[in-house]
Design a protein around this ligand. Structure first.
Ligand SMILES: Nc1ncnc2c1ncn2[C@@H]1O[C@H](COP(=O)(O)OP(=O)(O)OP(=O)(O)O)[C@@H](O)[C@H]1O
Length: 356
């Protein structure tokens, strides 16, 4: 039996004569039936669909043009494998479980359960959120769709929702992994008084769409600012996983993985390299190691791995770090309390100065 929301869209589209929505709804039913292994019915619907004429492009109007749903996503070839990632235990266990639930969805369905398919990842940049989503798509051999906010968020009232609707209509047509990076850009707290009614409408619409997604679309959302997310958005996700930066031990393990692939090992121990690097993300460790090798390769044999490593560590110590800049700024910026005595003093100076 096709899902109720698909049937409703189908009926609405036939009544309004919206061929594009009709096609998307029918394709979603086909994907749904195929996921349930009802191939004969899926083939029949596809044959019926092939008789629906393609809609000609609309004439230009002053309204913003809403392109097809696939305009707001990029398909990325998933390359990272799940076992390539160093993950904290809950993320590793839940990731494996998610893969298992989708591989053996029929077994779950035979017991009236569906696989989970809404996952929220949070943690500082460069610690594997995107890689995790990509690895899930790779493990399940599914297309990996990354949402493009530049093509999704519009400036006209209702434009973002119209694009979101097209996007979800499109992804419903096939099993896939749909990835929202920087999800806080769209799933923000609706109580924020600086936001207009439009963002509230977008969040409400997004929640509704997330609820209606069929289980064969795995939606993975990632954020560096979990605290900005609307509470109701949190609740929608069946798995919520943290991706913290690695501790010293994990930095050493990751360094070891990379350095053991080098043609020659440096004399400096992994512990010492890790200590010199200090707090880092996985992405930064990878970058650092690649720079050491680049320096060595371009040194054309004149530079040994130890020299290349020493030089990169020197540069590392002098690198610009956004967290330090932020800390410096907040030290320099006078707080309101600091500003008051300073203002009082300048008023006093103005009173006593004969030139004032
Ligand atoms: N846990 C990890 N294990 C192994 N490699 C990792 C891990 N985390 C990150 N990397 C490496 O760092 C690169 C960047 O990581 P990724 O894009 O997944 O981070 P992210 O958390 O999504 O960052 P952002 O929040 O900036 O989007 C990856 O391509 C991968 O090579």
């Amino acid at each position: 039996m096709a899902r109720a929301d698909h049937l409703v869209s189908l009926v609405r589209a036939s009544v309004s004569g919206d061929r594009e929505t009709l096609r998307a709804a029918a394709e979603a039913i086909v994907a749904d039936e195929r996921a349930k292994k009802h191939h004969i019915l899926a083939d029949r619907i596809e044959r019926a669909l092939s008789t629906v004429p393609v809609t000609p492009p609309p004439l230009t109007t002053s309204q913003p043009q809403i392109g097809p749903g696939r305009d707001a996503i990029i398909e990325v070839e998933p390359r990272i494998r799940f076992d390539d990632l160093l993950l904290p235990l809950p993320a590793r266990e839940n990731g494996r479980q998610l893969i298992e639930e989708h591989v053996r969805a029929d077994v779950l369905r035979a017991h009236s359960y569906e696989p989970r398919h809404r996952v929220l990842l949070s943690g500082p940049p460069g610690n594997g959120k995107t890689s995790f989503a990509e690895a899930i798509a790779e493990a399940l051999a599914l297309p990996f769709f990354v949402v493009r906010y530049d093509a999704l968020i519009g400036s006209y009232l209702g434009e973002t929702n119209a694009r979101l609707r097209k996007l979800f209509d499109y992804v419903r047509t096939q099993p896939s992994v749909l990835f929202f990076d920087e999800f806080d850009a769209i799933g923000k707290e609706r109580g924020d008084t600086h936001e207009t009614g439009e963002i509230k409408r977008v969040v409400s619409f997004l929640l509704m769409q997330l609820d209606q997604l069929p289980p064969y679309v795995i939606v993975i959302a990632a954020t560096n600012h979990a605290e900005l997310l609307d509470r109701a958005v949190w609740r929608r996700f069946q798995m919520r996983l943290g991706f913290p930066a690695p501790d010293r031990k994990l930095i050493e393990v990751f360094l070891d993985r990379i350095i053991s692939g080098w043609p020659e090992a440096p004399r400096l121990s992994l512990q010492k390299i890790a200590a010199k690097l200090g707090p880092v993300s996985y992405a930064e460790i990878l970058d650092f190691c690649q720079n050491v090798r680049r320096r060595q390769i371009l040194g054309l044999g004149e530079i040994g791995i130890d020299d290349a490593l020493a030089k990169e560590l020197e540069l590392w110590a002098s690198r610009v770090r956004p967290d330090l800049i932020d800390a410096e700024r907040s030290e320099q910026a006078p707080t309101e309390a600091d500003a008051r005595p300073a203002q009082a003093a300048s008023r006093r100076r103005a009173k006593v100065s004969p030139t004032a």
